[in-house]
Design a binder for this molecule. Structure first.
Ligand SMILES: [Zn+2]
Ligand SMILES: [Zn+2]
Length: 260
């Protein structure tokens, strides 16, 4: 609750709040020292926890961002996705889904702790450091969150991907367009085989009506598709397919807080 309030108010109020309710590390709860404007993550994490977060760093697969242990020169495509074609150009994440990052995403989604959107949105921002995205003028792109089915959203009270996209929009100025619907609830993907996953996702997503026709403001644009964790890519691929076929989107790049 306090963090949600802190997110919404002016800096001088935050300073006052810090005196009354000292800020604590979102991962280990130790009180935090004063903010360091040069280090955005000091808003959320103590130095020890910040240092413990595993960044997604090169070398990683140029398509699915699977990190590669060891030395490798230049771009490569991992064996997991070598024989697959995706509707997105590539996926990239800020961190690996382990330790505190994994915990926080879990707490955010299943613990319904919406106040974590600030911390996780700032972790997501790291995905934009990928050189291929650095080379783009992203202000002409749009952020589109992976949609949640209405029933799931009622239960969770918010769409985690939309919350992350909105935080990223505030940091970067790239506009968010909540352009998609999840038409039916899908079973949990993690226990399914690849074939079952594809079957499970068939027809699960659609563009919202306003983004289906030729006058759609998104037609011909490029999209950063926002998800919390990128694992097999089945869900984001299904979304990317709909964005391109139904929404007339040119390029889709998936960005996630963590690579699972
Ligand atoms: Zn800590
Ligand atoms: Zn790969």
């Amino acid at each position: 609750m306090m963090s949600a309030l802190r997110n919404a108010i002016a800096p001088w109020w935050q300073a006052l709040l810090d005196v009354v309710y000292p800020r604590t590390c979102r991962a280990c709860d130790v009180p935090l020292p004063e903010r360091n404007a040069a280090k955005p993550l000091s808003e959320w994490f103590c130095q020890t926890c910040e240092d413990s977060l595993t960044k997604l760093e090169s070398p990683y697969c140029k398509v699915c961002a699977e990190p590669y242990e060891g030395m490798i020169e230049g771009e490569f495509r991992c064996s997991n996705c070598a024989d697959r074609t995706f509707s997105f150009e590539f996926a990239v994440a800020g961190y690996q889904a382990e330790g505190a990052v994994r915990e926080l995403v879990h707490q955010f989604k299943y613990g319904k702790d919406v106040s974590l959107r600030g911390a996780l949105g700032d972790l997501l921002a790291r995905a934009l450091q990928d050189p291929r995205l650095q080379a783009e003028d992203l202000t002409t792109w749009r952020l589109v969150p992976v949609p949640l089915h209405k029933a799931r959203q009622r239960e969770r009270e918010f769409n985690q991907s939309l919350e992350l996209a909105q935080r990223l929009a505030r940091l970067t100025g790239i506009p968010v367009v909540d352009a998609m619907n999840r038409q039916r609830p899908t079973n949990k993907q993690s226990r399914l085989t690849r074939a079952q996953r594809l079957e499970n996702l068939k027809g699960a997503f659609a563009m919202k009506r306003a983004f289906r026709d030729d006058r759609s403001s998104l037609r011909g644009m490029n999209v950063l598709l926002v998800d919390d964790v990128f694992t097999t890519g089945a869900t984001t691929d299904a979304c990317a397919k709909v964005l391109r076929r139904q929404g007339g989107i040119q390029k889709v790049v998936v960005i996630a807080v963590a690579r699972g």
